[in-house]
Design a protein around this ligand. Structure first.
Ligand code: GDP
Length: 426
């Protein structure tokens, strides 16, 4: 595996946390390359459940260096809470490193995120209101220079940047949103206790990652969200503000594409989506309720119920292409245990034409009619199965269908949340 990118094939929540956690067991370094605390990974170890929003799942392996790289955005208050929570459960977090260049989510980003989403009304794009989008917007805007992670260790510098930022933000808050201006000193006081705690993790993470690839150390790049939430390749504008696709791992960490050996595409056995935006294979109410109940499809970060639908082969094929996938890890196959038959979308029809991949123009996606094949269900529990040969033929056929649709071998099959509920190879 020397360098492997783990990336979600659908709209996030595919179970990347579990897959990364399994790969991290043999990894020297685990890296998050984009996004912030809009992610939400749940990892189950024995009877213990860990919900991580920001820190990579690799933190649970003390010998693994855990990195938040240049392309991430970090809320110091959330980071401080997450570190404290892990420390209280016996994880010291001494293996954590954070890029000095990662941009920082400030209280005014959270405020502006919420105000902008409310102002959109019915046209809301379903952001998590955690300030991620506004932090990336400031990064791209560049002036005045926003807070970056290394700035957190210097009180005077942090105060100066906050004052510069608020000189601009307060105009927007007052004029556009009819909101009170923020006081720079109050904002500083809000952030400073956490900044003091987390500032020490700032370092040159590029160097660690570049040297690790040169030395052939095993690195897992952990993508958050999913392919169809990518800023460029997702269903725009209902997307996130960063690049979850595999290419984002190079941009977000400071290595070139030739340093990547493998791309593992994490595909959930059915489809879910949180918030607004197109979901071509969305199931009818009863079937969606059943999938949501069995799959516990409620957001880790927001608790929002997820919209549920059938497996979309067109989405998976397109994801395999845009990410250059070399293998598929299929998750939550057990959620389908009770179904007599299972619809799988094998193509889209649009005005009499059959499409085998997601149209580039997102508006066209609203016009497609999914073409389904009905696959037989297996109607027995897969949860205790640990080998390919134990899987009933109908479950094997379902997995083989994924390999056929993506053109990529399925190398991991997950049949439950726990680490050991995993079947390797085909
Ligand atoms: P991520 O953000 O892609 O890691 O996904 P989430 O953590 O939001 O969602 C995955 C959820 O499904 C977590 O609660 C996992 O513990 C759980 N999970 C992962 N794999 C499986 C599986 O194979 N079967 C079942 N039933 N649950 C799983």
């Amino acid at each position: 595996m020397p360098t492997t990118i783990v990336v979600g094939a659908q709209w996030g929540d595919e179970g990347k946390g579990k897959i990364t956690d399994i790969l991290a067991e043999n990894a020297d370094v685990v890296v998050r390359y984009q996004g912030g605390n809009n992610a939400g990974h749940t990892v189950v170890i024995g009877d213990e459940e860990f919900k991580l929003h920001l820190i990579p799942s690799g933190i649970l392996h003390p010998n693994c260096t855990c990195i938040m790289a240049d392309g991430t955005v970090i809320d110091p208050q959330v980071l401080a809470q997450e570190i404290t929570g892990l420390q209280q459960r016996g994880y010291a977090c001494e293996n954590l490193r954070i890029s000095c260049n990662a941009h920082v989510i400030m209280p005014y980003h959270r405020l502006l995120d919420g105000l902008a989403e409310e102002a959109r009304g019915k046209g809301s794009i379903g952001t998590t209101r955690r300030g991620i989008g506004p932090a990336y917007t400031d990064k791209t805007a560049r002036m005045p220079c926003p807070v970056r992670f290394a700035d957190l260790s210097d009180a005077q510098r942090l105060q100066d940047i906050i004052a510069d930022q608020l000189a601009q933000k307060n105009v927007i808050l007052q004029a556009l949103y009819n909101h009170l201006a923020l006081d720079p000193e109050e904002v500083f006081q809000q952030v400073w206790p956490s900044a003091q705690m987390v500032g020490k993790y700032a370092t040159d993470t590029r160097k660690i990652i570049q040297e690790s690839t040169q030395r052939g150390r095993r690195i897992v790049f952990e993508g958050a969200q999913g392919t169809f939430l990518d800023l460029d390749y997702g269903t725009y504008p209902f997307v996130t503000s960063s690049h979850p696709v595999a290419g984002g791992a190079c941009l977000g960490t400071g290595i070139g594409p030739t340093a990547i050996d493998e791309v593992t595409l994490v595909c959930k056995a059915y489809t879910t989506r949180v918030g607004a935006g197109i979901l071509p294979t969305e199931a009818a109410d009863d079937a969606a309720d059943q999938l949501r109940d069995r799959g516990q499809e409620y957001g880790t970060t927001t608790g929002r119920p997820r919209r549920c639908g059938w497996l979309d082969g067109v989405v998976l094929r397109s994801a395999a292409l845009v990410n250059g996938a070399t293998s598929v890890a299929m998750t939550k196959l057990d959620v389908l245990d009770t179904l007599a038959t299972i619809p799988v979308c094998v193509g889209y029809e649009i005005e009499g034409v059959l499409l085998d991949r997601v149209p580039a123009w997102a508006d066209d996606l609203h016009k497609v009619r999914p073409v389904y094949e009905e696959l037989p269900g297996w109607q027995q529990s897969l949860e205790e199965m640990r080998e390919w040969a134990q899987l009933p033929p109908a479950a094997q056929a379902y997995v083989e269908k994924i390999a056929e649709l993506t053109g990529v071998p399925v190398t991991m099959i997950s049949v439950g949340p726990r680490r050991e509920q995993t079947i390797f190879g085909e």
